[in-house]
Design a protein around this ligand. Structure first.
Ligand code: ADP
Length: 508
Protein backbone atom coordinates (compact mmCIF):
# COMPACT_ATOMS: atom_id res chain seq x y z
CA UNK A 1 0.00 0.00 0.00
CA UNK A 2 1.30 3.47 -0.84
CA UNK A 3 0.66 6.06 1.79
CA UNK A 4 0.59 9.79 0.99
CA UNK A 5 2.15 11.54 3.98
CA UNK A 6 1.35 15.02 2.75
CA UNK A 7 -2.30 14.40 3.45
CA UNK A 8 -1.61 13.40 7.04
CA UNK A 9 -3.44 15.75 9.36
CA UNK A 10 -0.90 15.25 12.10
CA UNK A 11 1.99 16.51 10.00
CA UNK A 12 0.93 20.11 10.66
CA UNK A 13 1.10 19.47 14.38
CA UNK A 14 4.56 17.91 14.16
CA UNK A 15 5.76 20.84 12.06
CA UNK A 16 4.47 23.30 14.62
CA UNK A 17 6.46 21.44 17.28
CA UNK A 18 9.57 21.67 15.11
CA UNK A 19 8.96 25.38 14.63
CA UNK A 20 8.85 25.75 18.41
CA UNK A 21 12.13 23.88 18.61
CA UNK A 22 13.85 26.25 16.20
CA UNK A 23 13.82 29.38 18.43
CA UNK A 24 15.10 27.27 21.31
CA UNK A 25 17.94 25.91 19.20
CA UNK A 26 18.69 29.38 17.81
CA UNK A 27 18.78 30.85 21.32
CA UNK A 28 21.07 28.10 22.57
CA UNK A 29 23.28 28.58 19.54
CA UNK A 30 23.50 32.37 19.99
CA UNK A 31 24.25 32.06 23.71
CA UNK A 32 27.09 29.71 22.79
CA UNK A 33 28.28 31.96 20.01
CA UNK A 34 28.11 35.02 22.29
CA UNK A 35 30.16 33.25 24.96
CA UNK A 36 32.82 32.19 22.45
CA UNK A 37 32.93 35.59 20.71
CA UNK A 38 33.14 37.40 24.09
CA UNK A 39 36.00 35.20 25.30
CA UNK A 40 37.89 35.66 22.04
CA UNK A 41 37.28 39.40 22.09
CA UNK A 42 38.46 39.73 25.71
CA UNK A 43 41.63 37.85 24.87
CA UNK A 44 42.19 39.95 21.73
CA UNK A 45 41.49 43.23 23.59
CA UNK A 46 43.98 42.30 26.28
CA UNK A 47 46.65 41.50 23.69
CA UNK A 48 45.97 44.62 21.69
CA UNK A 49 46.24 46.88 24.75
CA UNK A 50 49.56 45.28 25.61
CA UNK A 51 50.83 45.76 22.06
CA UNK A 52 49.59 49.33 21.97
CA UNK A 53 51.30 50.19 25.27
CA UNK A 54 54.51 48.54 24.11
CA UNK A 55 54.45 50.43 20.80
CA UNK A 56 53.89 53.72 22.67
CA UNK A 57 56.87 53.03 24.94
CA UNK A 58 59.14 52.32 21.98
CA UNK A 59 57.84 55.30 20.07
CA UNK A 60 58.48 57.69 22.94
CA UNK A 61 61.88 56.21 23.64
CA UNK A 62 63.03 56.48 20.02
CA UNK A 63 61.69 60.01 19.55
CA UNK A 64 63.15 61.12 22.90
CA UNK A 65 66.56 59.60 22.32
CA UNK A 66 66.73 61.02 18.75
CA UNK A 67 65.68 64.48 19.92
CA UNK A 68 68.17 64.36 22.81
CA UNK A 69 70.95 63.49 20.36
CA UNK A 70 69.93 66.43 18.17
CA UNK A 71 69.95 68.81 21.14
CA UNK A 72 73.25 67.69 22.60
CA UNK A 73 75.13 70.49 20.89
CA UNK A 74 72.62 73.24 21.75
CA UNK A 75 74.16 76.21 23.54
CA UNK A 76 71.11 77.42 25.37
CA UNK A 77 68.00 75.88 26.70
CA UNK A 78 65.88 78.52 24.82
CA UNK A 79 67.15 77.10 21.56
CA UNK A 80 66.44 73.61 22.82
CA UNK A 81 62.86 74.64 23.67
CA UNK A 82 62.33 76.01 20.16
CA UNK A 83 63.76 72.94 18.51
CA UNK A 84 61.67 70.58 20.61
CA UNK A 85 58.53 72.63 19.88
CA UNK A 86 59.16 72.07 16.22
CA UNK A 87 59.49 68.34 16.79
CA UNK A 88 56.31 68.46 18.85
CA UNK A 89 54.37 70.01 15.98
CA UNK A 90 55.37 67.15 13.70
CA UNK A 91 54.12 64.49 16.13
CA UNK A 92 50.50 63.62 16.56
CA UNK A 93 49.23 62.18 19.82
CA UNK A 94 52.52 62.60 21.71
CA UNK A 95 53.29 65.88 23.49
CA UNK A 96 57.04 66.65 23.40
CA UNK A 97 58.52 69.35 25.54
CA UNK A 98 61.97 70.52 26.64
CA UNK A 99 61.95 70.53 30.45
CA UNK A 100 64.49 71.19 33.16
CA UNK A 101 64.82 69.42 36.49
CA UNK A 102 66.83 72.40 37.85
CA UNK A 103 65.25 73.77 40.99
CA UNK A 104 65.22 77.29 39.56
CA UNK A 105 63.78 76.28 36.19
CA UNK A 106 61.21 78.68 34.67
CA UNK A 107 57.57 77.62 35.08
CA UNK A 108 57.00 76.86 31.39
CA UNK A 109 59.85 74.31 31.32
CA UNK A 110 58.95 72.59 34.58
CA UNK A 111 58.34 68.85 34.07
CA UNK A 112 54.83 67.30 34.39
CA UNK A 113 55.98 64.93 37.09
CA UNK A 114 58.08 66.03 40.05
CA UNK A 115 60.61 63.24 40.30
CA UNK A 116 62.87 62.34 43.18
CA UNK A 117 66.60 62.51 42.49
CA UNK A 118 66.80 58.74 42.23
CA UNK A 119 64.11 58.71 39.55
CA UNK A 120 65.86 61.13 37.23
CA UNK A 121 67.25 59.66 34.00
CA UNK A 122 71.00 59.23 34.04
CA UNK A 123 73.07 61.00 31.50
CA UNK A 124 72.43 59.55 28.05
CA UNK A 125 69.60 57.49 29.52
CA UNK A 126 65.85 57.61 29.81
CA UNK A 127 63.09 56.78 32.29
CA UNK A 128 59.44 55.99 31.65
CA UNK A 129 56.48 56.44 34.03
CA UNK A 130 52.82 55.60 33.83
CA UNK A 131 50.63 58.07 35.65
CA UNK A 132 47.58 56.45 37.23
CA UNK A 133 44.03 57.46 36.23
CA UNK A 134 42.92 60.44 38.25
CA UNK A 135 39.61 62.21 38.50
CA UNK A 136 40.87 65.10 36.35
CA UNK A 137 42.73 63.16 33.68
CA UNK A 138 40.77 60.86 31.35
CA UNK A 139 43.03 57.92 32.02
CA UNK A 140 46.56 56.75 32.43
CA UNK A 141 49.36 58.48 30.62
CA UNK A 142 52.80 57.36 29.55
CA UNK A 143 55.51 59.90 30.34
CA UNK A 144 59.11 59.47 29.18
CA UNK A 145 62.04 61.54 30.25
CA UNK A 146 65.24 61.42 28.21
CA UNK A 147 68.24 63.22 29.74
CA UNK A 148 69.21 65.99 27.36
CA UNK A 149 71.64 68.43 28.98
CA UNK A 150 72.40 71.62 27.07
CA UNK A 151 75.32 73.97 27.58
CA UNK A 152 73.52 76.30 29.98
CA UNK A 153 71.35 73.67 31.64
CA UNK A 154 72.94 70.50 32.96
CA UNK A 155 69.59 69.13 34.14
CA UNK A 156 67.72 69.54 30.87
CA UNK A 157 65.57 66.70 29.59
CA UNK A 158 63.05 65.92 26.90
CA UNK A 159 59.56 65.06 28.17
CA UNK A 160 57.24 62.95 26.02
CA UNK A 161 53.69 62.37 27.28
CA UNK A 162 50.78 60.59 25.75
CA UNK A 163 47.50 59.31 27.17
CA UNK A 164 47.30 55.52 27.11
CA UNK A 165 44.16 53.76 25.86
CA UNK A 166 41.49 53.35 28.59
CA UNK A 167 41.38 49.61 29.22
CA UNK A 168 37.75 49.70 30.38
CA UNK A 169 36.64 51.72 27.37
CA UNK A 170 38.47 49.40 25.03
CA UNK A 171 37.06 46.33 26.77
CA UNK A 172 33.48 47.68 26.52
CA UNK A 173 34.03 48.32 22.84
CA UNK A 174 34.96 44.67 22.54
CA UNK A 175 31.85 43.56 24.44
CA UNK A 176 29.57 45.65 22.26
CA UNK A 177 31.17 44.33 19.12
CA UNK A 178 30.73 40.77 20.44
CA UNK A 179 27.09 41.51 21.17
CA UNK A 180 26.54 43.00 17.76
CA UNK A 181 28.12 40.07 15.98
CA UNK A 182 26.14 37.59 18.12
CA UNK A 183 22.93 39.43 17.31
CA UNK A 184 23.74 39.35 13.64
CA UNK A 185 24.45 35.62 13.93
CA UNK A 186 21.20 35.11 15.83
CA UNK A 187 19.20 36.75 13.06
CA UNK A 188 21.00 34.99 10.25
CA UNK A 189 21.29 31.68 12.19
CA UNK A 190 17.66 31.86 13.34
CA UNK A 191 16.36 32.37 9.83
CA UNK A 192 18.60 29.62 8.51
CA UNK A 193 17.56 27.25 11.26
CA UNK A 194 13.90 28.07 10.77
CA UNK A 195 14.33 27.18 7.13
CA UNK A 196 16.39 24.07 7.87
CA UNK A 197 14.15 23.10 10.79
CA UNK A 198 10.97 23.18 8.75
CA UNK A 199 12.30 21.89 5.42
CA UNK A 200 14.94 19.42 6.50
CA UNK A 201 13.83 18.32 9.98
CA UNK A 202 10.14 19.21 10.32
CA UNK A 203 8.87 17.38 7.27
CA UNK A 204 10.68 14.07 7.81
CA UNK A 205 9.78 14.12 11.50
CA UNK A 206 6.13 14.73 10.60
CA UNK A 207 6.31 11.85 8.11
CA UNK A 208 7.88 9.53 10.66
CA UNK A 209 5.40 10.57 13.37
CA UNK A 210 2.50 9.88 11.04
CA UNK A 211 4.05 6.56 10.04
CA UNK A 212 4.59 5.52 13.67
CA UNK A 213 0.95 6.38 14.40
CA UNK A 214 -0.24 4.31 11.43
CA UNK A 215 1.92 1.40 12.57
CA UNK A 216 0.25 1.71 15.98
CA UNK A 217 -3.11 1.47 14.19
CA UNK A 218 -2.02 -1.73 12.49
CA UNK A 219 -1.01 -0.44 9.04
CA UNK A 220 2.47 -1.87 8.62
CA UNK A 221 3.22 -0.77 5.02
CA UNK A 222 3.39 2.98 5.54
CA UNK A 223 7.16 3.43 5.29
CA UNK A 224 7.68 1.87 1.88
CA UNK A 225 7.74 5.28 0.17
CA UNK A 226 10.57 6.80 2.24
CA UNK A 227 13.78 6.77 0.19
CA UNK A 228 16.01 9.16 2.16
CA UNK A 229 19.69 8.43 2.74
CA UNK A 230 20.21 10.62 5.83
CA UNK A 231 19.60 9.82 9.51
CA UNK A 232 15.85 10.12 9.00
CA UNK A 233 16.10 7.51 6.27
CA UNK A 234 17.97 5.32 8.73
CA UNK A 235 15.26 5.85 11.33
CA UNK A 236 12.60 5.10 8.75
CA UNK A 237 14.37 1.85 7.84
CA UNK A 238 14.59 0.90 11.52
CA UNK A 239 10.88 1.66 11.91
CA UNK A 240 10.12 -0.36 8.79
CA UNK A 241 12.09 -3.32 10.15
CA UNK A 242 10.19 -2.97 13.43
CA UNK A 243 6.85 -2.82 11.62
CA UNK A 244 7.71 -5.95 9.60
CA UNK A 245 8.51 -7.73 12.85
CA UNK A 246 5.32 -6.47 14.42
CA UNK A 247 3.33 -7.58 11.43
CA UNK A 248 4.93 -11.06 11.56
CA UNK A 249 4.33 -11.22 15.28
CA UNK A 250 0.71 -10.24 14.79
CA UNK A 251 0.08 -12.93 12.18
CA UNK A 252 1.92 -15.47 14.33
CA UNK A 253 -0.17 -14.64 17.36
CA UNK A 254 -3.36 -14.68 15.24
CA UNK A 255 -2.51 -18.17 14.04
CA UNK A 256 -1.68 -19.26 17.57
CA UNK A 257 -4.94 -17.83 18.90
CA UNK A 258 -6.89 -19.57 16.15
CA UNK A 259 -5.14 -22.84 16.96
CA UNK A 260 -5.86 -22.34 20.66
CA UNK A 261 -9.53 -21.58 20.01
CA UNK A 262 -9.79 -24.68 17.85
CA UNK A 263 -8.15 -26.80 20.56
CA UNK A 264 -10.52 -25.32 23.11
CA UNK A 265 -13.50 -26.07 20.88
CA UNK A 266 -12.34 -29.66 20.53
CA UNK A 267 -11.94 -29.88 24.29
CA UNK A 268 -15.41 -28.49 24.83
CA UNK A 269 -16.77 -30.94 22.31
CA UNK A 270 -15.04 -33.78 24.15
CA UNK A 271 -16.37 -32.45 27.46
CA UNK A 272 -19.87 -32.28 26.00
CA UNK A 273 -19.55 -35.86 24.82
CA UNK A 274 -18.37 -36.96 28.29
CA UNK A 275 -21.22 -35.09 29.98
CA UNK A 276 -23.62 -36.56 27.45
CA UNK A 277 -22.27 -40.03 28.22
CA UNK A 278 -22.64 -39.45 31.95
CA UNK A 279 -26.11 -38.04 31.41
CA UNK A 280 -27.09 -41.05 29.30
CA UNK A 281 -25.82 -43.49 31.91
CA UNK A 282 -27.55 -41.61 34.76
CA UNK A 283 -30.75 -41.41 32.76
CA UNK A 284 -30.52 -45.08 31.86
CA UNK A 285 -29.97 -45.94 35.50
CA UNK A 286 -32.42 -43.48 37.03
CA UNK A 287 -35.13 -43.97 34.45
CA UNK A 288 -34.47 -47.66 33.96
CA UNK A 289 -35.50 -48.64 37.52
CA UNK A 290 -38.89 -46.85 37.57
CA UNK A 291 -39.51 -48.06 34.02
CA UNK A 292 -39.00 -51.66 35.15
CA UNK A 293 -41.40 -51.05 38.03
CA UNK A 294 -43.92 -49.51 35.62
CA UNK A 295 -43.51 -52.37 33.18
CA UNK A 296 -43.98 -54.91 35.98
CA UNK A 297 -47.16 -53.32 37.30
CA UNK A 298 -48.52 -52.79 33.79
CA UNK A 299 -47.94 -56.48 33.05
CA UNK A 300 -49.74 -57.53 36.24
CA UNK A 301 -52.69 -55.25 35.59
CA UNK A 302 -52.99 -56.08 31.90
CA UNK A 303 -52.63 -59.83 32.64
CA UNK A 304 -55.79 -59.66 34.77
CA UNK A 305 -54.07 -61.61 37.49
CA UNK A 306 -54.84 -59.03 40.19
CA UNK A 307 -58.12 -57.99 41.73
CA UNK A 308 -59.54 -54.47 41.52
CA UNK A 309 -57.68 -53.30 44.63
CA UNK A 310 -54.42 -54.76 43.35
CA UNK A 311 -54.97 -53.09 39.98
CA UNK A 312 -55.60 -49.75 41.70
CA UNK A 313 -52.36 -50.08 43.69
CA UNK A 314 -50.51 -51.06 40.56
CA UNK A 315 -51.76 -48.00 38.68
CA UNK A 316 -50.90 -45.80 41.69
CA UNK A 317 -47.37 -47.25 41.71
CA UNK A 318 -47.13 -46.58 37.98
CA UNK A 319 -48.17 -42.94 38.67
CA UNK A 320 -45.47 -42.54 41.40
CA UNK A 321 -42.80 -43.96 39.10
CA UNK A 322 -43.91 -41.71 36.22
CA UNK A 323 -43.61 -38.71 38.55
CA UNK A 324 -40.12 -39.87 39.49
CA UNK A 325 -39.14 -40.09 35.83
CA UNK A 326 -40.70 -36.67 35.12
CA UNK A 327 -38.74 -35.22 38.05
CA UNK A 328 -35.46 -36.63 36.75
CA UNK A 329 -36.17 -35.43 33.22
CA UNK A 330 -37.06 -31.94 34.53
CA UNK A 331 -33.81 -31.60 36.48
CA UNK A 332 -31.73 -32.78 33.51
CA UNK A 333 -33.54 -30.29 31.30
CA UNK A 334 -32.94 -27.54 33.86
CA UNK A 335 -29.26 -28.36 33.70
CA UNK A 336 -29.13 -28.46 29.93
CA UNK A 337 -31.19 -25.33 29.25
CA UNK A 338 -29.58 -22.81 31.50
CA UNK A 339 -29.86 -19.19 30.34
CA UNK A 340 -27.34 -16.38 31.00
CA UNK A 341 -28.10 -14.32 34.16
CA UNK A 342 -30.31 -11.21 33.92
CA UNK A 343 -28.78 -8.97 36.56
CA UNK A 344 -30.45 -6.16 38.44
CA UNK A 345 -29.75 -4.34 41.69
CA UNK A 346 -31.35 -6.53 44.36
CA UNK A 347 -31.24 -6.91 48.11
CA UNK A 348 -29.42 -10.19 48.77
CA UNK A 349 -31.33 -10.47 52.07
CA UNK A 350 -34.59 -10.68 50.06
CA UNK A 351 -33.22 -13.62 48.05
CA UNK A 352 -32.30 -15.49 51.25
CA UNK A 353 -35.64 -14.51 52.88
CA UNK A 354 -37.64 -15.89 49.94
CA UNK A 355 -35.60 -19.11 49.87
CA UNK A 356 -36.18 -19.48 53.61
CA UNK A 357 -39.95 -18.95 53.20
CA UNK A 358 -40.06 -21.44 50.32
CA UNK A 359 -38.17 -24.27 52.04
CA UNK A 360 -39.13 -23.80 55.71
CA UNK A 361 -42.17 -26.11 55.62
CA UNK A 362 -40.35 -28.67 53.47
CA UNK A 363 -37.57 -28.80 56.09
CA UNK A 364 -40.14 -29.13 58.89
CA UNK A 365 -41.48 -32.27 57.22
CA UNK A 366 -38.02 -33.71 57.88
CA UNK A 367 -38.09 -32.29 61.44
CA UNK A 368 -35.33 -29.82 60.51
CA UNK A 369 -35.49 -26.18 61.58
CA UNK A 370 -34.47 -23.64 58.93
CA UNK A 371 -33.48 -20.31 60.51
CA UNK A 372 -32.78 -16.95 58.97
CA UNK A 373 -32.34 -13.60 60.66
CA UNK A 374 -32.74 -10.72 58.22
CA UNK A 375 -29.91 -8.20 58.64
CA UNK A 376 -30.91 -4.69 59.75
CA UNK A 377 -29.26 -3.13 56.71
CA UNK A 378 -29.99 -4.22 53.13
CA UNK A 379 -27.21 -6.09 51.31
CA UNK A 380 -27.34 -4.68 47.80
CA UNK A 381 -25.81 -6.59 44.95
CA UNK A 382 -26.01 -6.78 41.17
CA UNK A 383 -27.33 -10.27 40.38
CA UNK A 384 -30.05 -12.38 38.76
CA UNK A 385 -32.37 -13.01 41.77
CA UNK A 386 -34.02 -16.12 40.24
CA UNK A 387 -30.73 -17.80 39.45
CA UNK A 388 -29.22 -16.94 42.81
CA UNK A 389 -32.31 -18.37 44.51
CA UNK A 390 -31.95 -21.52 42.43
CA UNK A 391 -28.29 -21.88 43.54
CA UNK A 392 -29.23 -21.25 47.17
CA UNK A 393 -32.14 -23.74 47.06
CA UNK A 394 -29.77 -26.45 45.81
CA UNK A 395 -27.30 -25.84 48.65
CA UNK A 396 -30.02 -25.51 51.33
CA UNK A 397 -31.80 -28.69 50.16
CA UNK A 398 -28.53 -30.62 50.49
CA UNK A 399 -28.08 -29.24 54.02
CA UNK A 400 -31.64 -30.23 54.96
CA UNK A 401 -31.10 -33.70 53.52
CA UNK A 402 -27.86 -34.10 55.43
CA UNK A 403 -29.30 -32.88 58.76
CA UNK A 404 -30.43 -35.36 61.42
CA UNK A 405 -33.89 -34.98 62.96
CA UNK A 406 -34.41 -31.88 65.17
CA UNK A 407 -31.28 -30.28 63.80
CA UNK A 408 -31.08 -26.69 62.63
CA UNK A 409 -29.91 -25.38 59.27
CA UNK A 410 -28.72 -21.81 59.55
CA UNK A 411 -29.01 -19.24 56.75
CA UNK A 412 -27.11 -15.97 56.88
CA UNK A 413 -26.07 -13.13 54.59
CA UNK A 414 -23.34 -10.61 55.35
CA UNK A 415 -20.92 -8.16 53.81
CA UNK A 416 -17.30 -9.29 54.05
CA UNK A 417 -13.87 -8.15 52.96
CA UNK A 418 -11.88 -10.88 51.28
CA UNK A 419 -8.64 -11.02 49.34
CA UNK A 420 -9.33 -11.61 45.66
CA UNK A 421 -6.37 -11.60 43.26
CA UNK A 422 -4.22 -10.07 45.99
CA UNK A 423 -6.61 -7.16 46.63
CA UNK A 424 -9.08 -6.67 49.48
CA UNK A 425 -12.60 -6.67 47.96
CA UNK A 426 -16.07 -5.92 49.24
CA UNK A 427 -18.03 -9.13 48.83
CA UNK A 428 -21.43 -10.49 49.84
CA UNK A 429 -21.42 -13.89 51.54
CA UNK A 430 -24.44 -16.25 51.52
CA UNK A 431 -23.86 -18.78 54.29
CA UNK A 432 -25.60 -22.15 54.78
CA UNK A 433 -24.56 -24.20 57.82
CA UNK A 434 -25.81 -27.62 58.89
CA UNK A 435 -25.02 -30.08 61.67
CA UNK A 436 -25.07 -33.09 59.38
CA UNK A 437 -22.45 -35.85 59.02
CA UNK A 438 -20.11 -33.63 56.96
CA UNK A 439 -18.48 -34.58 53.68
CA UNK A 440 -15.78 -37.22 53.53
CA UNK A 441 -12.36 -35.83 52.65
CA UNK A 442 -12.02 -38.19 49.65
CA UNK A 443 -15.13 -36.94 47.89
CA UNK A 444 -15.10 -33.25 48.79
CA UNK A 445 -13.18 -32.47 45.59
CA UNK A 446 -15.84 -34.14 43.46
CA UNK A 447 -19.12 -32.84 44.91
CA UNK A 448 -19.34 -30.07 42.28
CA UNK A 449 -18.90 -32.52 39.36
CA UNK A 450 -22.07 -32.99 37.32
CA UNK A 451 -23.87 -36.27 38.16
CA UNK A 452 -21.75 -36.88 41.26
CA UNK A 453 -24.06 -38.04 44.04
CA UNK A 454 -23.88 -40.20 47.12
CA UNK A 455 -27.62 -40.32 47.47
CA UNK A 456 -29.52 -43.53 46.77
CA UNK A 457 -31.08 -43.96 43.31
CA UNK A 458 -34.14 -41.82 42.89
CA UNK A 459 -33.10 -39.26 45.50
CA UNK A 460 -30.23 -37.45 43.86
CA UNK A 461 -29.10 -36.63 40.33
CA UNK A 462 -25.75 -35.08 41.28
CA UNK A 463 -26.65 -31.87 39.48
CA UNK A 464 -27.56 -29.54 42.39
CA UNK A 465 -24.07 -28.30 43.33
CA UNK A 466 -22.88 -28.34 39.72
CA UNK A 467 -25.73 -25.99 38.76
CA UNK A 468 -25.11 -23.83 41.87
CA UNK A 469 -21.39 -23.55 41.06
CA UNK A 470 -22.05 -22.57 37.43
CA UNK A 471 -24.55 -19.88 38.46
CA UNK A 472 -22.16 -18.42 41.02
CA UNK A 473 -19.30 -18.44 38.50
CA UNK A 474 -21.44 -16.60 35.99
CA UNK A 475 -21.89 -13.95 38.68
CA UNK A 476 -18.07 -13.75 39.01
CA UNK A 477 -18.22 -15.31 42.46
CA UNK A 478 -17.07 -18.53 44.07
CA UNK A 479 -18.24 -21.16 46.54
CA UNK A 480 -16.24 -22.38 49.53
CA UNK A 481 -16.97 -25.54 51.49
CA UNK A 482 -15.73 -26.23 54.98
CA UNK A 483 -16.73 -29.58 56.37
CA UNK A 484 -15.77 -31.73 59.34
CA UNK A 485 -16.91 -35.28 59.51
CA UNK A 486 -19.64 -35.74 62.15
CA UNK A 487 -19.68 -32.01 62.87
CA UNK A 488 -21.41 -30.49 59.89
CA UNK A 489 -20.83 -28.52 56.74
CA UNK A 490 -20.58 -24.83 55.93
CA UNK A 491 -21.22 -23.64 52.39
CA UNK A 492 -20.27 -19.99 51.66
CA UNK A 493 -21.23 -18.38 48.38
CA UNK A 494 -19.22 -15.21 47.74
CA UNK A 495 -20.36 -12.66 45.17
CA UNK A 496 -18.77 -9.34 44.29
CA UNK A 497 -21.12 -6.44 44.99
CA UNK A 498 -20.74 -5.52 41.31
CA UNK A 499 -19.76 -7.94 38.60
CA UNK A 500 -16.59 -5.95 37.73
CA UNK A 501 -15.49 -5.98 41.38
CA UNK A 502 -14.29 -9.50 41.30
CA UNK A 503 -12.97 -12.19 39.04
CA UNK A 504 -13.32 -15.88 38.40
CA UNK A 505 -13.31 -18.01 41.45
CA UNK A 506 -10.20 -19.83 42.51
CA UNK A 507 -12.21 -22.05 44.74
CA UNK A 508 -15.28 -23.51 43.01
P1 ADP B 1 -27.34 -34.48 44.79
O1 ADP B 1 -27.87 -33.65 45.88
O2 ADP B 1 -28.34 -34.76 43.72
O3 ADP B 1 -26.59 -35.66 45.24
P2 ADP B 1 -25.47 -32.37 44.55
O4 ADP B 1 -24.61 -31.95 43.44
O5 ADP B 1 -26.39 -31.37 45.10
O6 ADP B 1 -26.26 -33.62 44.04
O7 ADP B 1 -24.58 -32.93 45.71
C1 ADP B 1 -23.52 -33.80 45.44
C2 ADP B 1 -23.09 -34.51 46.68
O8 ADP B 1 -22.46 -33.65 47.60
C3 ADP B 1 -24.20 -35.11 47.48
O9 ADP B 1 -24.62 -36.35 46.94
C4 ADP B 1 -23.56 -35.25 48.86
O10 ADP B 1 -22.78 -36.40 48.93
C5 ADP B 1 -22.64 -34.09 48.93
N1 ADP B 1 -23.19 -33.00 49.73
C6 ADP B 1 -23.68 -31.84 49.29
N2 ADP B 1 -24.07 -31.04 50.30
C7 ADP B 1 -23.83 -31.73 51.45
C8 ADP B 1 -24.00 -31.43 52.86
N3 ADP B 1 -24.51 -30.28 53.30
N4 ADP B 1 -23.59 -32.36 53.74
C9 ADP B 1 -23.05 -33.53 53.31
N5 ADP B 1 -22.88 -33.86 52.02
C10 ADP B 1 -23.27 -32.97 51.09
Amino acid sequence: MHYDFSSEVHSGLARRRIVKLVPKLALALSVGVFAVVSALTAWRVHDEIELFDQAARWDQQIIGVTAAAALSKSRSHQLAVQLVERVNESRNGVTIRYVSFASDAATEIRPLLSLAASELPAKGGWRQFITPSTAGARGRSLVTYVASPVVDDERGAIELSQPLVSRAEYAWKGVWSALASSLAMLVVGGLTMAFIGVRIVGRPVAELTAAARRIGEGDFNVLDSIRRTDEFGELARALRAMSVELSDERSRSRLETEARIEALEQLRHAERLTTLGQMASVLAHEVGTPLNVIAGHAKLVSGGKVDAEGAREGVLAIGVQCERIANIVRRVLDYARRRPPKRTWVDGADIVGQTHALLRSLARQKAVELTFEKPARGVELFADPDQMQQALINVVMNAVHASPRSATVLLRIERVQRLMHGEARDLVAFIVRDDGPGIEQEIVGRIFDPFFTTKPPGEGTGLGLSVARDIVREHDGFIEVTSREQEGTLFSIYLPRRSDDGGASTRS
